[in-house]
Write a protein that binds this ligand. Sequence first.
Ligand code: ACO
Length: 376
Amino acid sequence: MAEFSKGLEGIIAAQTQMSFINGQEGILEYVGIPIGELATNSTFEETVFLLWNKRLPKASELDTFNKQLRERYALPAGLQNRLASLPTNAQPMHVLRTMVSALAMHDSDPNSLEIDDVRLKALNILGHAPSIVACFDRHRRGLNFIDPDPSLSFSENFLYMLNGEKPTKAMARAFEICMITHADHGLNNSTFAARVVISTLSDIYSAITAAIGSLRGPLHGGANEGVMHMLNEIKSVEEVESHVLGKLERKEKIMGFGHRVYKAKDPRASELQTLAKQLAEDTGNSALYEKSSKIEEVMEREVASKGIYPNVDFYSATTYHCIGLALDLFTPMFALSRIAGWSGHVIEQLEDNRLFRPAADYIGPHEQPYVAIDKR
Ligand code: ACO
């Protein structure tokens, strides 16, 4: 039998043509294109096309893709009614997970595993998910839903539906860079969850629902909210040093640092750091950026020798705050983008499927007597 690897560390459990990661050197490429190139030059829609088709689109192909996605911004009426009936204190990640699951009930053929159908279902989830988050956020604030605007990009439309006014070009682009940098990342926990579910030949809605459930954990996508809580707890740059050292002494994790694969700075963190710095200056949040930067400095001194560096969640917290998003929308933002990667992996899994069924090493006792209940 194969050796036990706690947390499946180092186990190769799937093949992919989407993300390449070199954790030692801090390199991430989507289909061979460095993440920095895409963050600088691409759009989110083009990046999704790249991930799903393993090549950049021609202009006409991108137009068609945009059109298909924009047709799916509007939610089915039944789903809007459900959203309007949710408790206003529900957590957005629970709402997103539940409503993506509910989308299956608005699909006349939810279980189809024909690849062309699955691609359309993936577009469906990607197009609807921002509307789910925006409508729920407005519902809990007691505001009317805003109809989507199909003349807007994915990023612009989400911010428009959330805030009721069109975002500035700079804000929409900042948000889009977040979407590009979070779109895919190898066999991370939530992607693995999606692939495990689809490997039973279940359906894409179930797979993405499972992935959303995985993503919200604080050791995964939930870390971006943890970072913001920490930044809020630290009242000034002067407090950073003692706060971080205190946590390290108590063996507490510093959210937004460390990674199973990266033993160097996550290249997405570098992209988002540049963005966070600029946005913080533009929005009067420089103190927040300075606290973040000081945390990184202390962590570099204390734990970089163990290969612990900022991950994608660290500077995304400052970025999302400067974009004006509520703290509990940070992880849903990660999910909106990662639907691209999850869906791409669902398709890859279906194209060459084998049921995931690892083994467990039984370490309990054997040959025990059965003791009657009144004798225990
Ligand atoms: N702060 C302090 N110490 C850390 C951190 C951290 N953020 N991350 C790892 N370490 C330490 C551990 O305490 C451990 O030290 P030890 O060997 O002295 O006991 C060592 O580094 C190895 O840590 P593990 O937790 O065993 O590493 P693993 O690969 O299992 O975990 C993980 C990776 C979960 C990301 C971890 O680094 C962590 O908990 N980070 C904080 C949460 C976070 O930011 N998650 C987002 C990750 S990116 C993403 O999912 C999108």
